[in-house]
Design a protein around this ligand. Sequence first.
Ligand SMILES: NC(=O)c1ccc[n+]([C@@H]2O[C@H](COP(=O)([O-])OP(=O)(O)OC[C@H]3O[C@@H](n4cnc5c(N)ncnc54)[C@H](OP(=O)(O)O)[C@@H]3O)[C@@H](O)[C@H]2O)c1
Length: 252
Amino acid sequence: MALCPKSVLITGANRGIGLEFVKQFLKLDVPPKFIFACCRQPDSAEDLKSIASGSSVVHIVKLDVQDQSTIDTAKTYVESKLEGQGLNLLINNAAVLHLKGFYDVTKQEMMDHFETNAVGPLIVSQTFISLLKQAAGVNPTAPMSCSRAAIINMSTGVASISENSSGGIYPYRASKAALNMLTSNMAIDLKGDGILVTAVHPGWVKTNMGGPNALIDTETSLKGIMSVFAKLQGEEGTGKFYHGVKGELIGW
Ligand SMILES: NC(=O)c1ccc[n+]([C@@H]2O[C@H](COP(=O)([O-])OP(=O)(O)OC[C@H]3O[C@@H](n4cnc5c(N)ncnc54)[C@H](OP(=O)(O)O)[C@@H]3O)[C@@H](O)[C@H]2O)c1
């Protein structure tokens, strides 16, 4: 199946994997009509601004996943643009990572990670759900897919409990494991509405978060992820935890 959502919203789109999502969606055979590239500080999002200046598709939208008022304002803006067609694809990409272990992590760091990496994606999904339902209703008999109506949560291999063999990275691992549970739960709760919900690990990618020693660049990661998105279909595609580059399932 071709990947052809008419509208996509990406959080944390000003750099790293989020920015590469914007570039790769623009390169699709049938690009979306709307790409809502969300970031905390649009004024200083220079890379995004240069892409948006030559495109009628890319809309830069202020959205801080820790700040409900910015999420609400973003939703109002997105809804005004979509003209009743709804939002096809929401990508919860924004996240933070501090490399803290058992002895040095603080309560505040744990709370901050949970707020950004797990609670944020839940609240963003909750706020935009009416638009996702609207999109699902446009093609009521189509199978669930990223082209019809879907929430993708950007997770990480180190959130896997079954594959954890090295310990450490407490706040990031725990908050992303919580995100995985939210993914599984939302997949169950939103199936009846025709909305697919799946978690995707992008590989170890050269970004601020992944660092310079990472294995792949953002383009390589995104090419894999986009082909996984294209394959996610119906009941088989929802409630899963995928390695976006290998295209294989990861154990929870
Ligand atoms: N890179 C890897 O190797 C790797 C591996 C596994 C999983 N992942 C996952 O892939 C996703 C993207 O990672 P990345 O490598 O591109 O990370 P990155 O380069 O550090 O970028 C993180 C993005 O999240 C945004 N962000 C942070 N807190 C935010 C908030 N409260 N509200 C809105 N945006 C916020 C940042 O915005 P600011 O510029 O404003 O800070 C930035 O745009 C994350 O979910 C990450 O966990 C990455």
